[in-house]
Design a protein around this ligand. Structure first.
Ligand code: CU
Length: 636
């Protein structure tokens, strides 16, 4: 069979100020850190990513001009966390800051160390023996979470709640877990603080998802193949993409994943800015079971685990996870000692036509049908987040809209069932001896909209009931009442189906042909937090308080729950920044969209859940004078 293959993999040498770090640059960072004299033999890298030049510098940059390349580095050394800024070009250290507290990201070695402290305690083996364990060869203990409640024992130490499991017999998925047994470890002082031993439930070895565990498969469908015989329509210049009036740049970041920048639309031959940058900013998954360690389980997947995951983006399988004909892009992660490691095919780019229409209308009493085929440009990554996998598609449309589709798949977190009715109190039985525990997923997307320039405002269109005078046979209609958000407080919006609002980022200085400001709508509705306002876990993830936040552009404000959400003290990130209630009218604004969903697990999620989709869109509202999709040609 002839298989259409995509263009060659793209080169990694930076040619744009926002390009991702190359292997050579990772080594330059290493050299600079070593030359600084700051490192001792215990250093352990946790994150390296591009420290972006200022927005004004990027906007002023022209191809061929020299690049300013800097990196932000997170590391631990001894028992402390550090943040360094490195001048890559000059191979020198710009700054070196010890982090307050114990809030650095977690890592595999830390997990092993915490497990080691637990296993050394004779009470642990004794408790496991009581549960019937005789062979400890495949038993291991590791932190279930990096939860934090600012308890006295947690304040000056890295405290982790460690659970144990047995991987004997494991083929795929989870090993056997011992629920109701938690070892609270103070890793800073390498001691066990206490042992929680409240139940003796054993899960048994759960069913996995390898072919031999799945069993017989159904008859396959006949091949349905997407091919693009004439090759891609988009053009690439490094990581700059041009397609159907869209132009943008993207890179992969170990923590943020896909970062799209300088998103522009060519309208009548003129490049118009839509968004300076868009990316994920945090992902928070709190569990809803009051028992230890579940009450500690509120995962900040971006801020805590990128190193443990080996970078959040995982490799894509051509023909399964992206079409064969897609273009694939590599990226790099670093080892604990700062060596770059290539991650192959962490992003893919492709055009997609699924037989849908962009628009259609039947006129002249059904005799003339005007319809146009829809083609999208998809930029995709899969995020590895421990038991979960998330799929992120940034979809650019011919209608001037960008849709972000987020697919959740992977494995539910489960605990051993006790066989009593209370098993269903905080979750549901979803497999043999297993309870899927209730939880929520909250994503924060940072969307730095620059609509026709940097000076923008947030307009809130409130759809409200208006009663009509008696003479009218109608009693009421709804009308749109628009307010301009003046401050960050005005910019905090909640999605509510019974009080609908349209959120528009507009440029007050640029009017469309009809005399009102050009704009883009942020359209996103999702579940909001059900945790009470005094729940410390909620306060650590403050971004869940609102669907939309709007802040004045500040280059250092990248992460919705702060730079260091691991074991963090409440109130960082958006909560802290917006407490100043800064002005957001007619200035450079950044919007933050919270996309959430609650998850009551079901048997159909097991052993691997079918992809569940959620999405939001960035849609033109009065940005164009007519439908941008109207000029799609009739014949493909
Ligand atoms: Cu879930």
């Amino acid at each position: 069979m002839l298989v259409a293959t995509g263009p060659a993999l793209q080169a990694q040498t930076p040619v744009h100020p926002l390009d991702q770090l190359s292997a050579k640059e990772h080594w330059a960072i290493y050299d600079a850190l070593q030359a600084s004299g700051k490192l001792d033999s215990t250093f352990r890298l946790l994150y390296e990513g591009l420290k972006e030049p200022t927005k004004s510098a990027v906007l002023a940059w022209q191809p061929g001009q020299p690049l300013t390349r800097e990196a932000t580095v997170h590391l631990t050394q001894g028992k402390f966390g550090y943040e360094a800024v490195v001048d890559i070009t000059g191979k020198k250290l710009v700054s070196w800051t010890q982090l307050p507290g114990k809030q650095f990201m977690t890592s595999g070695p830390e997990s092993d160390a915490a497990g080691g402290v637990a296993m050394k305690d004779p009470r642990v083996k004794e408790a496991l023996r009581k549960r019937g364990v005789t062979d400890f060869t495949h038993v291991s203990c590791s932190p279930a979470n990096n939860g934090y409640f600012d308890l006295p024992e947690e304040r000056n130490a890295r405290v982790l709640h460690v659970t144990c499991g047995d991987r004997r017999g494991l083929i795929s998925g989870y090993g056997e877990s011992f629920d109701g047994f938690v070892v609270v470890v103070d890793l800073t002082n390498e001691k066990v603080l206490r042992i929680v031993d409240v139940a003796s439930a054993r899960s048994g070895l759960p069913d996995g998802h390898s072919p031999e565990e799945i069993g017989p498969t159904r008859a396959p469908v006949n091949a349905v193949t997407m091919v693009q015989p004439k090759g891609a329509t988009y053009t690439l210049n490094g990581h700059e993409v041009a397609w159907q009036n869209w132009k943008f740049h993207f890179r992969m970041d170990m923590r943020r994943g896909l970062v799209l920048s300088r998103v522009r639309y060519v309208d009548g031959g003129k490049e118009r800015s839509v968004m300076y940058q868009g990316s994920l900013s945090e992902l928070f998954v709190p569990y809803m079971d009051p028992s230890d360690p579940w009450n500690y389980q509120g995962y900040f997947d971006l801020g805590t685990y990128p190193f443990a995951f080996g970078g959040i983006a995982s490799s894509l399988e051509p023909g399964v996870e992206c079409p064969e004909y897609a273009t694939y892009f590599h990226s790099y992660v670093v080892t604990a000692k700062g060596a770059p490691r290539e991650r192959q095919r962490t992003a893919c780019l492709f055009e997609r036509n699924t037989g849908d229409v962009a628009w259609r209308h039947t006129r002249a009493a059904g005799s003339v049908n005007e319809a146009r085929p829809r083609t999208d440009l998809v930029l995709r990554m899969y995020m590895n987040a421990g038991n979960y996998d998330y799929l992120f598609d940034w979809v650019l449309g011919q209608d001037g809209a960008i849709t972000v589709n987020l697919g959740a798949t992977g494995m539910d977190q489960v605990k051993a069932a006790s066989g009593k009715p209370k098993d269903n109190d905080y979750g549901r039985m979803i497999a043999n001896k297993l309870v899927g525990v209730n939880h929520s997923h909250f994503f924060s997307f940072r969307l730095d909209m620059d609509v026709d320039g940097t000076q923008n405002s947030l307009l809130v269109d409130k759809l409200q009931t208006t009663t009509l005078p008696k003479e009218n046979p109608r009693r009421s209609i709804w009308t749109v009442n628009t307010l301009t958000a003046q401050t960050e407080k005005d910019g905090m919006r909640m999605s509510a189906m019974n009080a609908p609002e349209v959120w528009r980022i507009v440029n007050p200085a640029v009017n469309n042909p009809f005399g009102w400001p050009v704009g883009y709508e942020i359209e996103g509705h999702g579940a909001m937090s059900l945790m009470s306002p005094d729940d410390y876990m909620r306060q650590r993830a403050g971004f869940v308080d609102h669907t939309l936040w709007t802040t004045p552009y500040a280059p250092a404000e990248l992460y919705a729950s702060g730079d260091y959400p691991t074991n963090s003290v409440a109130g960082d990130g958006l909560l802290k920044w917006t407490s100043a209630n800064r002005s957001i009218a007619n200035t450079d604004v950044v919007t933050w969209l919270t996309l959430g969903f609650h998850h009551v697990p079901r048997p159909e999620d097991w052993p691997v859940m079918p992809v569940a989709w959620h999405s939001f869109a960035i849609k033109p509202v009065g940005f164009f004078g007519r439908s941008p999709a109207i000029d799609i040609p009739r014949q493909r």
